[in-house]
Design a protein around this ligand. Structure first.
Ligand code: PMP
Ligand code: GLU
Length: 384
């Protein structure tokens, strides 16, 4: 199993900062906002109310109710409590799913670029990743033909995120329906729809795969509060899906971590009970930063980017620089490029190889406007 490239780059940036270097960190997908006051207050209240015990493995009943209401309010999805499992971050929801669903040798369809951990989580659970290459010219989205060509009798899971980490692409309802039309022909495939960026979208109403009635019984919807509520360190994620899958995840989690943190769960109730309009100020800020970073990126020779519709990443193609020697260093791949930016421009990004696309790098714009401006000007200067 490889080390998580996102976390490894963040650790490297931290280490260089401790050595006194002025590093701008655009590697980690982590909102720079503080947690909304109403969420903080719920957590403080939970401490005062003496919440301290082990929690139910699959989550507090009140939190499950809030999740069910959230699914109804935001996604038109209807779940019963037995179909919901709360976990220690969406990462654990994904890991539980891989462990309970994959048998040794089962294939996991991963349209690339995919989120870095899908691959290793699948592999450690015995799965075999089948990477489906997409193109920047198609906004990094997988087409029905590309999906169907990758399916074999061993295909067991399809995992994707929309809005996508790292490309920012958002599938439209028509595009998802076209993928569903392929999937209905292969009933052995279960879909994991990672919707953790649903609110950080500039493309109109979010679409869930489980919203198609013929996909509902075969789709697990994964979500969490890390991104929308800036609660990355509080570690709460959740899933809604077929009851037999939820039951298996519950069993798995009961042997590995038990229920998620009690204070964070109480705070999550407050987060989810509030309508998405409460966090619109963060989304508006991300949208302004997207424009800022795209305007500055276009100004750098040799860099090609699509216009991401969601999340807080740009995923430019930097392959123009492969084979070029800058200040005695030859850039052979996107890993070299990211390292060059770190050491020569003091800007931390993540290599596209980690996301299954070796021509690109990922730059997070979940950072202040002044950091974005300074980082882009340093990158431009280093490359010039
Ligand atoms: N899925 C995607 C696409 C992500 O970007 C992240 C970010 N860490 C996660 C899942 C996991 O989120 P968390 O474990 O913080 O809920
Ligand atoms: N999801 C974030 C990212 O992609 C956080 C890092 C991680 O969980 O790997 O940067």
């Amino acid at each position: 199993m490889a080390t998580s490239a996102t976390l490894a780059m963040a650790a490297k940036a931290r280490e260089l900062r401790e050595q006194g270097k002025d590093i701008i960190g655009l590697s980690l997908g982590e909102p720079d906002f503080t947690i909304p006051e109403f969420v903080k207050e719920a957590a403080i209240q939970a401490v005062k109310d003496n919440y301290h015990s082990y929690t139910p493995v699959d989550g507090y009943v009140e939190l499950k109710k809030a999740i069910i209401k959230k699914f109804e309010r935001d996604n038109d999805l209807s779940y019963q409590p037995a179909q919901i499992v709360v976990s220690t971050g969406a990462k654990q929801s994904l890991s539980n799913l891989a462990h309970v669903l994959l048998n040794e040798g089962d294939e996991v369809l991963l349209p690339a670029p995919y989120w870095v951990s899908y691959r290793d989580i699948s592999e450690v659970a015995g799965g075999v990743p089948v990477v489906i290459t997409t193109s920047i010219d198609n906004d990094f989205k997988v087409t029905p033909q590309e999906l169907e060509a990758a399916i074999t009798p061993k295909s067991k899971l399809l995992i994707y995120s929309s809005p996508c980490n790292p490309s920012g692409s958002v599938y439209t309802k028509e595009e998802l329906r076209a993928l569903a039309d392929v999937l209905v022909k292969y009933p052995q495939i279960i879909v994991i729809s990672d919707e953790i960026y649903e609110h950080i979208s500039y493309a109109g109403k979010h679409v869930s795969m489980a919203g198609f009635s013929d996909m509902y019984d075969r789709t697990v919807t994964v979500n969490g509060v890390s991104k929308a509520f800036s609660m990355t360190g509080w570690r709460i994620g959740y899933l809604g899906g077929p009851e037999y899958i939820a039951r298996a995840c519950n069993k798995m989690q009961g042997q590995v971590t038990s229920g998620a943190n009690c204070i964070a769960q109480r705070a999550t109730i407050a987060a989810l009970e509030n309508p998405p309009s409460k966090i619109q100020y963060m989304v508006d800020a991300f949208q302004n930063r997207r424009k800022l970073i795209l305007d500055l990126l276009i100004d750098i020779p040799g860099i090609k980017s699509n216009e991401p519709d969601g999340a807080f990443y740009v995923f430019p193609d930097i392959s123009y620089y492969f084979g070029k020697t800058i200040r005695g260093r030859t850039i052979k791949n996107s890993g070299d490029f990211a390292l060059f930016l770190l050491e020569e421009a003091n800007v931390a990004t993540v290599t596209g190889e980690a996301f299954g696309d070796p021509n690109c790098i990922r730059i997070s714009y979940a950072a202040s406007e002044s950091d974005i401006k300074e980082a882009m000007s340093r990158i431009k200067a280093a490359l010039q």
